[in-house]
Write a protein that binds this ligand. Structure first.
Ligand code: NDP
Ligand code: 2IT
Length: 446
């Protein structure tokens, strides 16, 4: 009965958004979780919330033409998807990666709406970016691109309208160039972006927040089984912002992280990645902008080219790279090898088939929109500090982040409990949905 309803909605959505498979995937997952709840609460049906919530409030695409170091003109496409502003200004990252399409950004913006709702902070959902590839570009080229990108985006954003931040390919360097250009064009110093540098309005702990938050969430999941990370073997994908700080916190919590990866392959270090080895990775990735393979050369361990780390035996898996990086077979392999906890640092890293395997095996499975919400939550804390024109200490921000992750976990338990099992997918989707849907109803049809 519920399934039929979902199919009907999906048919219409697919007809309206042809070919946008990532977007379809993200919407299907949420509809599947909330349909039973919507059926029991006719006010959502009457207000046609499900149709409205999957229709972006506004979608912007624009040309970004810029000049590279050789003096040649390059052309990229810029986007901003302003998905939902029912509970606050649009908020969400910018992704610079050659795989960026409208479908990818619509799925990310859609996920962001529910994630931001779960954080307990007043933030709507949005996402943007470009098919620009920062890899192999000089600092000067990245700056030229960022300035041209902001030359259009600045008209559509603002501290009370839409507040972008980082995502894949957008870190502290890019946020700096984007902020500088916004300030120049508007002649205003405001908290229009988050992830800013510490001495110009950024928040302590924001760089660490997604990774740390994911581990605080994992800690809560393990506590429901009276367990902890102590002595657990942990497999992490990615080696960027989220992976780095997930690795740091996992190590601090007593776990042994044995893998990291990038799009070339993964390193396997059975002795574990400690603070000193992680410092090497952070310098390699953030300063030298090198490849993870160099870790294997430096520390004399294995590099497995062209593969993802899910074949490595582990207790806990933390996908922190990109969408659909764990397929059904990877998930089966993980479960067969004894993995009993998956915490998603990335957005939608597990395919629907993989999620089915995790839920079927009744392992602890924390979906991205709950487990990785610490990043945007701390962006919310950056916005608060900017509004007050003051800055909290590291301890204060970390403490607030920890409380938020606990609150997100509690919401997942409240709405996802199925006997002894917690279905975090349903929990996160329903809890995230209610707040946004109710706000939409309160604010009338638009
Ligand atoms: P970074 O750009 O810092 O790092 C991305 C990492 O993932 C790199 O190691 C990169 O390898 C790898 N990667 C990216 N795309 C692919 C791909 N198509 N195939 C294989 N590997 C890939 O990004 P973040 O760490 O910020 O983001 C990682 C994930 O976390 C994304 O899903 C993002 O949406 C999500 N996220 C990020 C938040 C944040 O605050 N930054 C907050 C919440 C979620 P390579 O260098 O080879 O490209
Ligand atoms: O996916 C995400 O939540 C992010 N990339 C962070 C967004 C933000 O506004 O901090």
């Amino acid at each position: 009965m519920v399934q039929n309803n979902v199919s009907e909605f999906m048919e219409k959505l697919i007809a309206k958004n042809p070919g946008e498979t990532e977007f379809h995937q993200a919407v299907f997952e949420v509809y599947n979780s909330v349909m039973g709840f919507v059926d029991k609460n006719p006010k959502y049906k009457k207000a046609r919330i499900l149709e409205r919530i999957a229709e972006p409030e506004r979608m912007l695409t624009f040309r970004v033409a810029w000049v590279d170091d050789k003096g040649e003109v390059q052309v990229n496409r810029g986007y901003r998807i302003q998905m939902n502003s029912a509970i606050g200004p649009y908020k969400g990252g910018l992704r610079f990666h050659p795989t960026v399409t409208a479908s990818v950004l619509k799925f990310l913006a859609f996920e962001q709406v529910f994630k931001n709702s779960l954080t307990t902070l007043p933030m709507g959902g949005g996402k943007g970016g470009s098919d620009f590839d920062p890899k192999g570009k000089s600092d000067n080229e990245v700056m030229a691109f960022c300035q041209k990108f902001m030359q259009e985006l600045f008209r559509h954003i603002g501290p009370d309208t839409d507040v972008p931040a980082g995502d894949i390919g957008v870190g502290g360097r890019e946020i700096g160039f984007l902020f500088g250009q916004y300030k120049k064009l508007r002649n205003e110093f405001t908290g229009v972006l988050t992830g800013k540098g510490l001495n110009w309005g950024g928040s302590l702990i924001r760089p660490e927040a997604t990774g740390y938050g994911a581990l605080y969430f994992v800690e809560e999941m393990l506590a429901t089984r009276k367990d902890s990370l102590d002595s657990k073997i942990i497999v992490i994908s990615g080696s960027g912002n989220v992976a780095q700080y997930a690795c740091e916190k996992a190590h601090q919590m007593g776990g042994k992280v044995v893998t990291l990866s990038d799009s070339d392959g993964y390193i396997y270090d059975p002795e574990g990645i400690n603070a000193q080895k992680l410092a090497f990775v952070i310098d390699l990735k953030n300063v030298k902008r090198g490849r993870i393979k160099d870790y294997a050369t430096k520390f004399g361990c294995k590099f497995v080219a062209g593969k993802r780390p899910w074949e490595v035996k582990c207790d806990v898996a933390l996908p922190c790279a990109t969408q659909n990086e764990i397929d059904g077979n990877d998930a089966k392999k993980l479960v067969k090898n004894g993995c009993f906890c998956v915490g998603e640092g990335a957005n939608m890293p597990s395919t629907p088939e993989a999620i089915e395997v995790f839920l079927g095996a009744k392992i602890l499975y924390g979906p991205g929109k709950a487990a990785n919400a610490g990043g945007v939550a701390t962006s919310g804390l950056e916005m608060s500090q900017n509004s007050m024109r003051l800055g909290w200490t590291r301890e204060e921000v970390d403490q607030r982040l920890n409380c938020i992750m606990k609150a997100i976990h509690a919401q997942c338990v409240e709405y996802g409990k199925q006997g002894n099992f917690i279905n975090y997918v349903n929990g996160a989707n329903i809890a995230g949905f209610i707040k946004v849907a109710d706000a939409m109803i309160d604010q009338g049809v638009m």
